[in-house]
Each structure stands twice: as C-alpha cells, then as structure tokens.
Design a protein around this ligand. Structure first.
Ligand code: NAD
Length: 485
C-alpha cells in the first residue's frame, strides 16, 4: 500500500474530523454505547469475537504490506487524533467507569500520544565474521489479542495499538466490560486514523460485549499468535495458562520509603502528587508510605500543605469497613476482604463522605498513620487513601516495604539523598520500576526520562512494553559474504 499524502494534507483532514466532533460533550448519566458515540458508528466493533479476529487478520495483512514510512504516517495521525480528542476520551472514561479525573486522564492521553515509541523502536542487529554476515530482525507476531483494563481504558488501547502496529502486527481487543464505550472509542479512533491515510477500513478490531467467553475464543483462536494482558492477577493467570505466548502486565502495590536524608517538604508534595494522579488508578502510583520516625511528623505536615487530610486510627478503621468488602470463596466458603469497586478511583471528598466527613474539593488525598498489618497497607486500593507506617531505620523500612509489595516486582519509590539506602532498597525490592525523589508518574515518562507505556509487564519480564516487546526475532544468514573489512 502506498500513501502519498503530505503532512499538510494529513493535518487538514485531521482538522476536519476533529471539527465534526469538537462540540461533543459527555452527558452525566449518559447511556454508554459500545458501538457508537454521539450518533457516529464505531468502525471495527463486532458482535462476534470470531468476526473481530477475522477483521484484525485482514488489518494485519494490510499493515504487513505497508512501508515503514507509511506505518509512521499512520501512527502520526493516531498521535494527532489522540492529542485532539484527549478531553473527550477522558470525560467519557470518567463518566463511564465513574473512576479517575478528567484533567489527569487528558494528560495521560497526551502522554501516550507524545511518548509511545513508534517504528524507531524496531532495530535490527548484525553479526559479521569470517563466515559472513548474520542479520537478526524484529518481526511481527501476527494478530495480537489484547486484554485491557478499566483503569486506563482508552490510554491502553491507543498505546498498545501504536506499539503493535509499529511492530507490524494486527490487533484485536477484549476490553474491560466496565469501560467498553471508552475503549471502543479508542479502537474507532485508530481506524479513523487509518482511513485518513488511506489504510484499511478496519485496522484494529474489538467486540461490543466483551466477556470471559470472548476472551476464551481469543485464547484458543489459531490466528492469535500473541496475547497481551493488562489487568489484575486473575486475568494475568488466565492468559499465562492459555498455552500461547503471552505478555502479562499485572497488579502492583507500590511502597514508598522516606528516610531522614530526604528533602522532606519536596517528598511530601511529590508523594501526594503521585498518589492522587487520576485518583490513584495507575498501577505505579504510591500505595503506602514507610517514613522514618524522626521525620514522619514533618512529612505529614508537608502532605497536609499539599491537599492531604489526616484521619486518626479509629477513623481509618471505620473507613476500612467501607472501602473493603467481604468476598466469599464459592468453593471453600472462606471469606476474605476485597476492594469495594464503588470506591476505586473516586475523589477523596467522595470517599470521606461515605463515613460522614465533609471536606472541600481542595482535599485530594486521605492520609492516616497505621501499623504494617492494616488492610490499607496490604491491599492495592487504587483510590486516594495513603497509609503511613512509622519505621526505625533503613533495615526495617526495606523489610516492610518489600513485604507490602507482595513480590509483584512492579514498582517502588524512595525519597532519600543517601545513595547506599537508595541502592539497598532498589536491590532488595527488585521491581520493574524504581523512582527516586520524584512522583510515581516520572517512572512512565511524565516528568522523567524515557518512553511511556500503560502495559508494564513485570511477571513476563518485558518491563515497560514498547513496539519491540511485540516482536519475534528472525535470523537471516548470508554465508561467506557481505563483510567489507
Ligand atoms: P481486571 O483484572 O478487573 O480486568 C482486566 C481485564 O481482564 C478486563 O478486560 C477484564 O474484563 C478481564 N478479565 C478479568 N478476569 C479475566 C479472566 N479470568 N479471563 C479473561 N479476562 C479477564 O483489572 P482492572 O480493574 O481493569 O485494572 C486494575 C488492575 O490491573 C490492578 O490490579 C492494576 O494494578 C492492574 N494494572 C496493571 C497494569 C500494568 O501495566 N502492570 C496497568 C493497568 C492496570
């Protein structure tokens, strides 16, 4: 396929597409439709997963036929549409999932548009010697089956689409049912970008009603060569047991250590900024703090200056009764606590209201001093509640922080100027991301160096995924030739 449009022509078409939807607003309580938005029917959304896979297979063939330059033009339009429609997707995501914040979700989409690597991420390696030359290239897998979460729904669809297409793959999505309208908006956006550059009508596909059964079809379908799953422990286990090559991006429970060499005022602000980003939905966000006892009060004061509301231990226990609920194991009858979905990603003000505490909208985080065993420390809450555990010394801090991370090896943070302490914690916790002296989001390229992703694959080892994560290595050997020295 050849695409001969100039940048100016592409910009002009994009501008007209944007204009047609510019005035849309997301009505509160709107009926969320997985097949259309504001009267515009989504492209690439099917009732049957088998049909979606078939369409994605044709999309894959079209991507394979594109030159790298054409793939880049297509990705450039995805970036432009994402930037321009970020506020719509952010508002739709918050309205549909009732989680997160529109301003932060808008920023997350712009981050995806700006910092998700494209085709430049795909590089070949060459080995030359007496026996000639061997070339190793990063080749596409084929059609990728992607399972996406409710916490960053459209961000993940777009980020994965850019990386997977850059690598030459096709993609079919099984998005989270609670975020299906938002996720399918993003699927449609990618397909609109394809139309703008003269690509296939359906480049990426999805289903109108994703279920565990549609995911199962994906696991078993012979056309699906790679599964990429972003979500909690249940779904990561499911894809890893599928018998197919799988990339699993699972749960975290990121601890933060603050020692007595840190810039405490800055640490307090950074931690609250990170922990409240999109109301604590990102899997990398600060979930519990281990503060040296001799600086703990100063840290709490700095947090309060930055929008934190301190509750006492008895109030924290009362709040725990609301944000955690009982779940009975159907097989064993055993009852355990799970996070109350009604509280996930909600504003701090709304969460406090549930126990009769009224605060202003300047309050963005609830903080409390608790012991290590408290459920706020142990559970991945994904809401702006931050427990603080007082520790005496670095040994105790590292020991408890590693335990609170539960071996997820996902993300950890530390505020310190002591290089030995920083190094010891990083070595002990073994996380994919380790952020020093910054808010957590610096770890995904927001105010920190490096590319962004919303699929952080700790369990399967790809780390912060990018186009190259969705490739397989292929070797070409040219014997006795092509060496020029
Ligand atoms: P979730 O686990 O509820 O859902 C994720 C996806 O899996 C959804 O599409 C869901 O419908 C599907 N699903 C769930 N169980 C399944 C099964 N057995 N088979 C097939 N599909 C199944 O996750 P969520 O609530 O949307 O997201 C929050 C969780 O995801 C948190 O634990 C968070 O840490 C994690 N997460 C991780 C990353 C990462 O990059 N590592 C990114 C975002 C979210």
């Amino acid at each position: 396929m050849a695409i001969n449009w100039t940048e100016a022509e592409i910009e002009a078409v994009v501008a007209s597409v944007i204009k047609s939807i510019r005035n849309d607003t997301v009505a509160d309580g709107a009926d969320f439709d997985s097949k259309s938005y504001s009267g515009r029917r989504f492209i690439g959304v099917f009732d049957d997963m088998n049909d979606a896979i078939e369409a994605a297979t044709l999309g894959y063939k079209a991507v394979r036929a594109m030159s790298l330059a054409d793939r880049e033009k297509l990705i450039a339009v995805i970036r432009t549409l994402t930037r321009d429609e970020a506020p719509i997707m952010a508002a739709l995501g918050v309205a549909e999932t009732k989680m997160g914040r529109v301003d932060h979700k808008t920023a997350k989409h712009i981050l995806v548009a700006d910092k998700t690597p494209g085709t430049e991420d795909i590089v070949a390696a060459v080995k030359t010697g007496d026996l000639g030359m061997t070339l190793t290239e990063m080749a596409p897998f084929g059609v990728v089956g992607s399972i996406t979460p409710s916490t960053n729904p459209s961000e993940t669809v777009i980020c994965n689409s850019i990386g997977m297409i850059a690598a030459g793959n096709g993609v079919v999505f099984n998005p989270h049912p609670n975020a299906i309208a938002t996720s399918n908006y993003a699927v449609d956006l990618v397909n609109r970008a394809s139309a703008i550059v003269g690509g296939p009508e359906i480049l990426v596909a999805s289903v109108a009603k994703p279920t565990l059964d549609t995911a199962d079809i994906m696991y078993k379908h012979p056309a699906i060569r790679l599964l990429v799953c972003t979500g909690g422990p249940g779904v990561v286990r499911a894809v890893l047991s599928s018998g197919k090559k799988a990339i699993g991006a699972g749960a975290g429970n990121p601890p933060v250590i603050v020692d007595d060499t840190a810039d405490i005022r800055k640490a307090g602000k950074d931690i609250i900024d990170g922990a409240t980003f999109d109301n604590n939905l990102p899997c990398i966000a600060e979930k519990e703090v281990f503060a040296f006892a001799n600086i703990k009060d100063e840290l709490i004061a700095a947090m309060k200056e930055n929008g934190a509301y301190l509750i006492d231990k008895a109030t924290a226990d009362r709040l725990a009764e609301v944000v955690l609920v009982d779940k009975k194991n159907p097989k064993t009858g055993a009852v355990s606590k799970i996070v109350n979905r009604d509280c996930v990603g909600r504003d701090a003000r709304v969460i406090l209201e549930k126990i009769g505490i009224k605060v202003g909208s300047d309050i963005r985080c609830v903080i409390c001093e608790v012991e290590f065993e408290h459920p706020f420390v142990q559970h991945e809450l994904m809401m702006p509640i931050l427990p603080i555990v007082s520790v005496n010394g670095i040994d105790k801090a590292i020991d408890l922080a590693c335990k609170a991370e539960h071996g997820n090896r996902h993300t950890a943070h530390m505020h310190s100027k002591n290089i030995d302490n920083l190094t010891r914690f990083a070595r002990a916790v073994e996380t994919t991301i380790f952020v020093k002296n910054a808010p957590s989001y610096a770890g995904i390229g927001f105010g920190g160096e490096g590319h962004t992703t919303f699929t952080i694959a700790g369990p399967t080892g790809e780390g912060l995924t990018s186009a190259r994560s969705f490739t397989r290595y292929r070797r070409c050997v040219l014997a006795e030739s092509f060496r020029i020295i």
